[in-house]
Design a protein around this ligand. Structure first.
Ligand code: TRP
Length: 330
């Protein structure tokens, strides 16, 4: 089976944009691939963060992933810092990476602007750590959103550079784009993001989700109930595409355009469908929170299984780059 690797940052509350865009897709891939999924805590420390909250965020992120179906019998789930080979391989990759290429990365330039007072080497090196995440497992496929395509392409380049210099070692990983609709924030204009205060949290209580939907922006041209709407310009319709049945989507598309139903009714249908899907996830999170030892065991065994692979690849790498001498023994 081909191997997949993907990672998610433990940066606070997971929202339905993360769920539809990434996590739900990850869960669908477990039958067809050998899946390795990672909570990338070392990536998260490249920008300012609350030290006291980190543990809780890592655990919460991992718990949500399990609740969404990424159980230990279906995939390997672990925390990046529990397998130090990721950072070890990063160092070696650093030595085949031209600085200029990192300076040209879109995400670095954006984050560099956002965090002007803290443009640290880790922020610049972020894509190299990401390449190491993927390549330490020799993963062939990486399910990510469009914003990560450049980073995966960079990983291909690192693999190519390493192979050219030290001999064929790594595959060139490919992006696996999902066909999930891209859900915007409740303001209808920008990417869903906790910091923009426009996110629907996957773990928000039902009444909170209902209220966020009630006030969410729809097609701005539809002022009155009697105006026909345009689903193509409506973020609520995009959410229907993510959560509703095909016949309901067709119904809403038609009746929105003809002013057959209003936004209130449309949102009620969405709310019901959304809760049908994420209600059970919330239930499983509550259950797991009752038994903290369960997640500890999941993450420990996930790290152990990943470590076994990472260790072997690291050994091969050390030999290839000439630092592992025969006289050192096994
Ligand atoms: N950079 C990714 C993001 O912000 C997270 C990530 C880290 C990742 N390492 C990875 C994704 C390896 C895919 C593969 O979404």
């Amino acid at each position: 089976m081909d191997r997949i690797f993907s990672g998610i940052q433990p940066s606070g509350e997971i929202h339905i944009g993360n769920y539809v865009g990434a996590i739900r897709n990850w869960a669908q891939l477990v039958n067809r691939y050998d899946c390795v999924y990672c909570v990338v805590d070392y990536h998260a420390i490249t920008i300012e963060y609350e030290v006291a909250l980190m543990q809780q965020r890592i655990l919460e992120t991992a718990t949500v992933l399990v609740a969404c179906g990424l159980t230990p019998d279906r995939c390997k789930l672990f925390v990046q810092s529990h397998v130090p080979e990721h950072t070890e391989l990063t160092w070696i990759f650093n030595c085949v990476t031209p600085v200029g290429e990192l300076e040209r990365m879109t995400q670095f330039k954006e984050k560099g602007k956002q965090h002007r007072h803290n443009v640290n080497v880790g922020l610049l090196d972020y894509p190299v750590l990401q390449a190491a995440d993927i390549l330490i497992y020799k993963a062939g496929y990486v399910p990510v959103g469009e914003d990560q395509i450049q980073h995966v392409e960079f990983s291909r380049e690192i693999a190519r550079k390493f192979n050219a210099r030290f001999g064929d070692t790594f595959p060139e990983p490919q992006v696996l784009l999902s066909d999930a609709p891209r859900i915007l924030g409740t303001d209808g204009g920008s990417k869903m993001s906790k910091s923009l205060n426009n996110a629907i949290g996957l773990l928000d209580p039902p009444e909170v989700i209902q209220e966020k939907l009630r006030t969410a922006v729809t097609d701005a041209n539809r002022q009155r109930r009697s105006d026909p709407g345009n689903p193509d310009r409506c973020n609520i319709f995009t959410m229907h595409q993510a959560f509703s049945r095909p016949d309901q989507i067709a119904f809403i598309d038609h009746h929105c355009r003809t002013a057959g139903i209003g936004c209130i009714e449309c949102k009620e249908i969405l709310f019901k469908n959304m809760m049908e899907e994420i209600g059970p996830i919330q239930g499983r999170v509550r259950e797991m929170n009752q038994n903290p030892q369960y997640m500890v065991d999941v993450l420990k065994s996930g790290a152990a299984r990943c470590k076994a692979i990472a260790k072997e690849v690291m050994d091969e790498v050390r030999s290839k780059i000439g630092v592992k001498a025969g006289w050192m023994g096994k």
